[in-house]
Design a protein around this ligand. Structure first.
Ligand code: PYC
Length: 323
């Protein structure tokens, strides 16, 4: 059942953007919500979802906003825990969001320059806040589950994609035939949405039947459509997130999934840099290390605070839709 709120709820929140993609951070958590990130994730997808929706969607937010709730640590050595969510539910991990949360906590004087261990629902990540404000996120181990999966997309034809994990599941497609540029947004949205539907209809999934909730259209420098990739970058992507919104950043978990594919293909060596552009032309720099057989990507990018204040959720507001 949705927790009962009898008086206006005031929630301290700081908004930021990471390479163009917004993050709304609830810096003091949610009253009455505690536990490990996996436990809190289940609460937010369950009884607390109406409240999360009220924080994130109109009239207090907008559909492409990603939220983060900061939690006290539950593991030795961790600085804090975090759960991310968007307009339709929680996320396993979020690369741009982690960069946004770290930059936010540093702007509030709550996090020092250096390394911090962070708990997420899908495992521990490490964030390094650099002197110049950039943040490097050493993500969860990333992997390729299936290669070159053929998908019949109604009205378009057959495309192929790699199914890979980078903290969320991705279908990474190269033979989409699109120019990846913000000027082609309607076409990118339309095709990625059709691919998303075809994934669901075909039953293609991640490991253990996990749903693939992100579609990544990718073009590499020197590949077909290469003029869309900016000088010095290796690749440009367009990422459709669950909830039918696209990522304005190059997508940290999507870049991690791509790095796992590149490592698997022998195209990127441990420690080599991969510069990933978003559909806006903003960039993350990625590298990876091998820990035993595991590919562990690190994504570096920048975030900036855009708002600092209090969200108010009045239980008598019919548009809060808490009931
Ligand atoms: O940066 O990992 C990411 C991400 C996932 C969804 C939106 N951004």
């Amino acid at each position: 059942m949705t927790p009962r709120i009898h008086a206006p709820l005031r929630l301290r929140c700081v908004d930021s953007h990471t390479e163009g993609e917004p993050t709304r951070t609830l810096v003091d958590g949610l009253p009455g919500v505690s536990g490990s990130p996996a436990e809190v994730r289940a609460l937010l997808d369950g009884a607390w979802w109406p409240l999360v929706r009220a924080m994130m969607l109109e009239p207090r937010g907008y559909a492409w906003l990603v939220g983060a709730v900061v939690l006290p640590p539950t593991q030795p050595g961790a600085s804090f825990g975090v759960v991310f969510f968007n307009n339709v539910g929680t996320l396993g991990m979020c690369g741009h969001g982690t960069i946004g949360v770290v930059r936010t906590l540093s702007a509030l004087g709550r996090l020092a320059v250096g390394e911090h261990l962070i708990e997420t629902p899908v495992g521990m990540v490490t964030a390094c806040l650099h002197d110049d404000g950039r943040v490097s996120v050493r993500n969860v181990p990333s992997r390729v589950a299936r290669r070159h999966v053929a998908l019949t997309v109604p009205g378009h034809g057959t495309v192929h994609g790699d199914v890979a994990w980078g903290g969320n599941w991705f279908f990474i497609c190269h033979d989409h035939g699109m120019t990846i540029d913000i000027g082609h947004l309607p076409g990118l949205m339309a095709l990625s949405t059709l691919i998303r539907g075809a994934i669901d209809a075909s039953g293609v999934c991640g490991d253990d039947g996990a749903p693939i909730d992100h579609v990544e259209l990718s073009v590499d420098a020197h590949g077909a459509g290469a003029p869309a990739v900016g000088a010095g970058a290796h690749s440009r992507n367009f990422v459709l997130c669950p909830g039918a919104e696209y990522d304005r950043s190059p997508c940290g978990t999507g870049t991690s999934a791509r790095v796992a594919c590149l490592a698997d293909e022998g195209r990127l060596a441990p420690g080599d840099r991969w510069i990933q552009e978003s559909v806006l032309g903003t960039r993350f720099t990625a590298t990876y290390e091998l820990v035993g057989p595991s590919i562990v990507p690190t994504i570096t990018g920048s975030a900036h605070v855009t708002f600092d204040g209090w969200l108010v959720i009045d239980p008598t507001d019919p548009l809060a839709r808490l009931a």
